[in-house]
Design a protein. Structure first.
Length: 332
């Protein structure tokens, strides 16, 4: 196989991001896209030689495809991934893997039994500042990790199709949709925490804040904050990791180690190439290229495994279950 023939399901926010990045992967050929909004698909495809479908069942029936990229609303992920794996396709699925731990176990079981590859697109694991931090933690370059604070702040997502993201039963809410980026990163390195304390502040008009404190090995405290604010606040992702012999910080897009800015050599990426306003890191291209490479080399992805992704969903479930809901005293 010289090229992986890809079918993309969902060409909205994240689907658009994936769509533009396929043009940068020489060993991938985007053959067809599917979206219930045919007009949106036609607008993005333009004059490219890519077939357009509104029913993915027709797409897989009519096209010869090696891989399916699922970028649909989150509540559709589980059943769609299971069906496509059983039909013999390699499957890349946007995060979250599923909306609950039970479904995540179901998908992981099928994925582990399947001959074809399955990977959840946990893009943060592939982003430059986070891979740098992972290396510092794992190599103990600055000694043992003592404290890690991670924040992910955003306006309420009002751009989704039929506003599905603001329905927790469809998106999983701020924990499973937004904070899971940081939760997955932490879980992929440190595993499941020994103890969880969480606080949730559900305000009016879908404002939603969750702050989670997790304890590891008895003395490593990790905090993850995810917030949707009902105000036009710019998206921001940041972290501060304190070690025995220094610190690493991501603040306003700059990566700092012990007071010195770290040059990751990353290039600016046009917002059009991302398809969504989430920053200018090329993690999306890196993760997609990695998955394509695994297919071509006939090996299972080991950087993001089905079990690891299922654990991240289970962690999100635990946090929502344990979170102390703070009551709003006045309208905001």
């Amino acid at each position: 196989m010289d090229k992986v023939r890809v079918g993309l399901i969902g060409i909205g926010g994240m689907g658009g991001c994936h769509f533009y990045n396929y043009e940068k992967i020489p060993n991938a050929e985007l053959v067809a896209v599917c979206d219930v909004r045919e007009n949106v698909a036609k607008e993005k495809v333009g004059d490219r030689n890519i077939k357009i479908y509104t029913d993915y069942n027709k797409m897989i029936k009519n096209e010869k495809l090696d891989m399916i990229d699922i970028c649909t609303p989150s509540f559709l992920h589980a059943d769609m991934a299971v069906k496509l794996l059983k039909k013999g396709y390699h499957v890349l699925c946007e995060k979250p893997m599923t909306l609950n731990a039970k479904d995540a176990k179901r998908v992981a079981f099928v994925a582990n039994e399947a001959e074809k590859n399955f990977m959840v697109a946990h893009v943060v694991r592939f982003m430059g500042p986070y891979t740098y931090l992972r290396n510092v933690i794992e190599t103990k370059e600055l000694g043992r990790l003592i404290r890690l604070e991670m924040k992910r702040i955003s306006s309420i997502p009002t751009w989704s199709w039929e506003d599905w993201m603001r329905e927790e039963k469809l998106s999983g809410g701020v924990v499973t949709d937004l904070s899971i980026h940081d939760l997955d990163f932490v879980q992929s390195i440190l595993g499941m925490p020994d103890k969880i304390d969480a606080y949730r502040y559900q305000m009016t008009n879908n404002n939603d804040t969750v702050v989670t404190n997790m304890l590891y090995d008895g003395d490593i405290l990790v905090s993850c904050e995810g917030t949707w604010y009902n105000t036009p606040i710019p998206f921001d992702a940041s972290f501060l990791a304190v070690f025995q012999n220094g610190y690493v910080e991501l603040n306003k897009g700059k990566l700092i180690k012990n007071g010195q800015e770290v040059d990751l050599g990353k290039k600016d990426v046009d917002e059009k190439d991302l398809g969504i306003n989430v920053g200018n890191d090329d993690g999306y291209l890196v993760e997609m290229t990695y998955f394509i490479k695994c297919i071509l080399e006939n090996k299972k992805p080991d950087y993001v495994t089905p079990d690891s992704s299922a654990n991240s969903v289970a962690l999100a479930d635990l946090i929502k279950k344990k979170a102390l809901v703070l009551k709003q005293k006045r309208n905001i």
